[in-house]
Structures are given as C-alpha cells and as structure tokens.
Design a binder for this molecule. Structure first.
Ligand code: PRT
Ligand code: ZN
Length: 221
C-alpha cells in the first residue's frame, strides 16, 4: 500500500455492502470502475477501497493491511474474543446501519424460557466467543455447538436445545418456532481504525472522510 493513500476495507457483498456503498457515495467518494476487483481506487480522493468478506475485515485492519474498515460490531467483538490484536482495534465511528441483535432463543412452549434454564443444555451458534462470555457472566454452564450457518434449524434437527443468533425482523425465529428470551449484543456497522492509521501520510484524508461520514449520519437523524 502506498503510504500516502488511505485504504478502507468494505464487505464485498452482503448486508453491509449496500450501506457502506451508500455512505461512501453520500460522502462524495467517487470510485473508478473496476468489475470484480479486490481493490478499487477513488477518482477524487487519495483513497483505495478493498472489497473482502466481512469476517476478514478486522484482521486486515489489525494487521495494518488496511487503515480502516467497516464491519458489524457482532463480527468485531466475536473476533476480539479470539485475538488480542483485534481486541485492541479502535471504533472510530458508529455508522447507524445494519442494526441487529444477537439473541438467545429456544423453541416456543419448550422448557427453556430464561438464561438460567440453559444450565446443562446445548446452544448452537456462529458466535461461540460472545455466547460463552455471556454465559460465564451469568454463571450458567452450557455446552456450545459452533455452526457456520442455518443455526435456526438446530433445535428442530435435535442438534441443540437453544440457539444464539442474529435477529433483525424476527421473521426467521418465528418461521422456525423459536422465541427469543435474552439479548447478548446490540450491533450496528462501525468504522474501525487500525494501529498505524493515525501516523500514516493519509491521516488527513481519514480526518476528512470521517468528517463527511459524520455529516451523512447527522443528516439522517
Ligand atoms: O460473505 P460474508 O462473510 O462477507 O457475509 P456474511 O454472509 O457473513 O454476512 P451477511 O452479509 O449476511 O451479514 C453481514 C452483517 O450484517 C452481519 O455480520 C451483521 O452485522 C449485519 N446484519 C444485520 C445481519 C442481519 N441484520 C441479519 N438479520 N446479519 C445476518 N442476519 C441474518 C441472521 O443471521 C438470520 O439468519 O438474518 C436472519 C434473521 O433475520 P430476520 O430479519 O428474519 O430476523
Ligand atoms: Zn461473514
């Protein structure tokens, strides 16, 4: 990476992509056209955008491969449970989109209706670090079963007694006969800053960009 150009990591496609793209557009960032490119240059600012999977964003920023990144707090704090470097990342700005909640849920009319009922039970989740930490804080001993996706089917398939998963509208829980009974984390998209971003020659560009992001966020309220 050139020292005087700022690099920002953004999700390549998915639920964060649209909000990130809109934020950049409204902040006046023009990107050069490049189909399917990993890295796209801005035409009107010394800024390069790197398009990657959201799960890779905290590590790209923590390692200094990118100066900043846009990622969900859920992913940031889950990875922070596993990595000191990620735990040390700074949240520069809360961005107010991709809001969701990480919730514990269990089958409707079943024996689990509160956190204490999870003692000795199994919980399926893609967020084992955050789930374990929450249970420890509440003094509940349960077994965590890590799943990469489709966590909502776990109780029905007898894989687990309960789940800990992201919820936005609640339609997925409802469709699977599950009821949420506790919130583990409230999440939104955030701008994270890497360890070298402030001393990089592009620090001024970062200041300008954050200033414009703040303007965009304020205009929404
Ligand atoms: O490919 P890549 O790894 O980059 O993307 P991904 O598939 O891991 O993530 P993606 O694009 O699905 O989500 C990216 C981020 O969006 C998440 O990390 C959250 O920060 C945020 N977000 C906001 C959500 C949701 N809302 C959400 N509802 N992420 C996932 N969901 C899923 C949830 O897991 C469940 O399956 O949507 C379903 C529930 O939605 P409702 O509306 O039925 O409650
Ligand atoms: Zn992902």
């Amino acid at each position: 990476m050139s020292a005087d150009r700022l690099t920002l990591a953004v999700q390549k496609k998915g639920r964060l992509f649209e909000g990130s793209e809109e934020l950049l557009k409204r902040a006046g960032v023009k990107l050069a056209y490049a189909r399917d490119a990993l890295l796209r240059r801005s035409e009107n600012m010394p800024l390069d955008i790197m398009f990657i999977r959201d799960d890779d964003i905290p590590n790209f920023v923590a390692s200094g491969a990118c100066d900043y990144g846009i990622v969900g707090e859920n992913v940031l704090y889950e990875l922070a449970e596993r990595s000191q470097r990620v735990a040390g990342l700074e949240v520069a700005l809360k961005l107010g989109f991709a809001r969701c909640k990480l919730k514990l849920a269990a089958p409707k009319d079943g024996p689990i209706a509160r956190v204490e009922d999870l003692a000795g039970k199994t919980i399926a989740t893609s967020y084992p670090g955050l789930t374990r930490k929450f249970l420890q804080e509440r003094g509940v001993d349960a077994e965590i079963i890590e799943m990469g996706g489709s966590v909502e089917v776990a109780p029905r398939m007898n894989i687990a007694d309960a789940i800990c998963d992201l919820v936005s509208t609640g339609a997925t829980l409802e469709a699977n006969g599950l009821v949420a009974f506790e919130t583990v984390l409230e999440s939104e998209a955030v701008l994270i800053r890497g360890p070298k971003a402030a001393v990089n020659g592009a620090a001024e560009t970062a200041e300008l960009l954050i200033d414009r992001f703040q303007g965009v966020i304020a205009s929404r309220q």
